[in-house]
Structures are given as structure tokens and as C-alpha cells.
Design a protein around this ligand. Structure first.
Ligand code: TYM
Length: 335
């Protein structure tokens, strides 16, 4: 317990709004799973965030549990990491409201995710979609983390959280610890396989590799990956002129640990015909044990329930302490 108290804290979450994909894995989860010994870790299913866009209730429930099974299968041992479902810990919405009042309209208006999602869902630009980053700040600050491991696209929200910390602490003293975004070197922004100018996302399934997908489907997607019309078909890292190849190289680098120079040497003179299936194979071998383990865990519903119950209890304990401190600072009468 003593030692636990001294460890640095890491926290992150993923929305169970779709099946987990290679971008989520390389941008976020892969970076989480190696850290359990070093850090006190909290990872959650961000279900409250998903309803900013309409969800099918049965699918949301199923995907939330599948995501938990996949977290565990990716190496997040529930004995060493606190794994929980966001809506099980009411402090998130409670602190979320408070932080809404310390987040500016102008700041929220500048958020890229809000601009993207409101363009995509024109018929449902709701208040939750707009104030989402204040809830995300609450998710983070309740646990006073040192690091928030996320992909590049979430950096802006973590930066906004830092602004909120500065504003709140500026008024009330040292209430929140200043969190740092923790972004991986390779895999921070995995692009779609069919459109390497936009990030890999579930909304374009042909260009998106899902963690639970069958090997033959994964290989087919890699073989069809968009490259370029370079007549030499040379495997070289050039983000500006060869974004498709650069994306495949960054995926290959993230799963094999090889540098871009090593990859260029490995495929020297071989062209895309050899390179694309090699990336597919490397991804398949990385995902195979995860898929098999997740399928096994998912059958044991009692185990999953035990994990999320224990996770919610531990998370609530920590989150409750921060919330009480905040309520006291802003002047609410304690019950
Ligand atoms: P979400 O659910 O969109 O994505 C989850 C994580 O996956 C990363 N990611 C990617 N990384 C690389 N390449 C991609 N193509 C790619 N697509 C997604 C994201 O950067 C993220 O790390 N608001 C968050 C969820 C959240 C959260 C939090 C995260 C809610 N509260 C508190 C951290 C801390 C989101 O929508 O991520």
C-alpha cells in the first residue's frame, strides 16, 4: 500500500461506440499495457461519452463488455490495473458539471472533435457534444494522473484539461495535479488504409482493421491498401509524397519495433507487392493472441462482472476523495 501511494498515476479511456481497431491499439492501448508495474493505472470504457451521438442500447451494452474483455486480452491485468465502466462511477458526471463552469465557450468552440462530429451529425448537435471536453477533463482530474496516454487526435482535449487545471488552481490553490499527454512515437496517428489522408476510424470500415477481425479479412485490407503511383514502387518514408506507404511503414514499425531505415533496407528493391502482405502478416500475428484471449474471456460473464465491480469500487474511492475536495473548495455545504 505504501509503495502504491508513491507510484505515478496513468489514466485513459476509449469510447465503446464501435469495435476497437488498430488505431486505438497502437495509439493508446499498446502504450498502456507495459506500464502496470511502474504506474498506478486506471483505464475505463467511456460509455457516458458515447451518447453524444445516438447509440443502439443493446449494441452499446455488448460493446462495453467486449471492450473490457479486449483490454484484458491486450495485457491489462485487472489485478494490476483498475479497469472500470465510466457510468459506474457517478463522480465523473458530478465533477463534469463543476468543470463545465470553468470551461469557456470559446475554448469548446475550437475543439476539432466537436467541429468534425457536428459536421458529421448535423441533425444532432446536442449540448453534450459541445461540453464533452469538460467531462473528459473530469475523467482525468478525478484520479490526479501524471500521464494520459492517448493518440495524437486527443492531445487537444488534454491540453484543454491543462488550461482548466491552471484556471481552477489559480482560483482555489493546488487542487488538481497538472497531467501530461503521453503520445507514442510510432502509431500516434494511424491513417485509414483506403484514404491515408484521414485517420483510421470505424466510420470507414474498409480502411479500418478491427482487433477481432479474422486474419484473412485483415490480409485482404492490407493487400488493397492505397499506396501511390510511384513507378519504382519503392518502400521509402516520405510522408508528404507517399502518405500511404508512410502509414504502412509506421504500422509496421509500431508492431515490429523496427526503424524506418531498417524497413527501407528490408524491402529494398522488392516493391509494394512484397511489402503490403508483410505488413498484413505482422499485424495478424500481433492481433492473433489478443483475439483468441478476448474470445475466451468474453465467454466468462461472471469474471467480467467481478472485474468491473472491483474496478468501480476502487475508482469511486479515489474519485470520491477528489470530488469532496473540489466541493469544499467551491463552497458547497458538506453532507
Ligand atoms: P476515442 O474513443 O476516439 O479513441 C480512443 C483512443 O484511441 C486513439 N485513437 C487513435 N490513435 C492513433 N490512430 C488512430 N487512427 C486513432 N483513433 C483513435 C485516441 O487518440 C484515443 O487515445 N475522448 C476520448 C475518450 C476519453 C478519454 C478520457 C481519453 C474520454 N475520457 C479521458 C483519455 C482520458 C475519445 O473519444 O477517444
Amino acid at each position: 500500500m505504501e509503495e502504491q501511494a508513491k507510484k505515478k498515476v496513468m489514466l485513459s479511456g476509449i469510447q465503446p461506440s464501435g469495435d476497437l481497431h488498430l488505431g486505438n491499439y497502437l495509439g493508446a492501448i499498446k502504450n498502456w499495457s507495459a506500464r502496470a508495474e511502474e504506474f498506478d493505472c486506471y483505464y475505463f470504457m467511456a460509455d457516458l461519452h458515447t451518447i453524444t451521438v445516438r447509440q443502439n442500447p443493446a449494441d452499446l451494452r455488448r460493446r462495453t463488455l467486449e471492450q473490457l474483455a479486449q483490454y484484458i486480452a491486450c495485457g491489462l491485468d485487472p489485478k494490476k490495473n483498475t479497469l472500470f465502466i465510466q457510468s459506474h462511477v457517478p463522480e465523473h458526471t458530478q465533477l463534469g458539471w463543476v468543470l463545465n463552469c470553468y470551461t469557456m465557450f470559446g475554448e469548446l468552440s475550437r475543439m476539432t472533435q466537436f467541429k468534425d462530429k457536428s459536421a458529421k451529425h448535423k441533425d444532432n448537435i446536442n449540448g453534450g457534444l459541445f461540453t464533452y471536453p469538460a467531462l473528459m477533463a473530469a475523467d482525468i482530474l478525478l484520479y490526479q494522473p501524471d500521464y494520459v496516454p492517448v493518440g495524437e487526435d486527443q492531445k487537444q482535449h488534454v491540453e484543454l484539461t491543462r488550461n482548466i487545471v491552471q484556471r481552477f488552481n489559480g482560483i482555489y490553490g493546488d487542487v488538481f495535479k497538472m497531467p501530461e499527454p503521453y503520445i507514442p512515437k510510432a502509431g500516434a496517428r494511424v491513417m485509414g488504409l483506403t484514404a491515408p489522408d484521414s485517420k483510421m476510424s470505424k466510420s470507414i470500415p474498409e480502411g479500418c482493421v478491427f482487433l477481432m477481425e479474422k486474419p484473412e479479412d485483415i490480409q485482404r485490407k492490407f493487400k488493397r491498401a492505397v499506396t501511390d503511383s510511384d513507378t519504382e514502387r519503392c518502400v521509402r518514408y516520405d510522408l508528404e509524397h507517399k502518405p500511404g506507404v508512410a502509414n504502412l511503414m509506421s504500422i509496421y514499425s509500431a508492431v515490429t519495433g523496427r526503424s524506418y531505415e531498417e524497413i527501407e533496407r528490408e524491402f529494398d528493391g522488392q516493391g509494394y507487392g512484397a511489402f503490403k502482405p508483410a505488413v498484413g502478416d505482422a499485424v495478424i500475428e500481433t492481433l492473433r493472441p489478443i483475439r483468441e484471449e478476448a474470445e475466451r474471456i468474453l465467454k466468462d460473464k461472471a469474471y467480467l462482472e467481478q472485474v468491473y465491480r472491483a474496478g468501480a469500487e476502487k475508482a469511486s474511492y479515489v474519485a470520491g476523495k477528489t470530488l469532496r475536495k473540489v466541493y469544499k473548495k467551491v463552497g458547497f455545504v458538506a453532507l
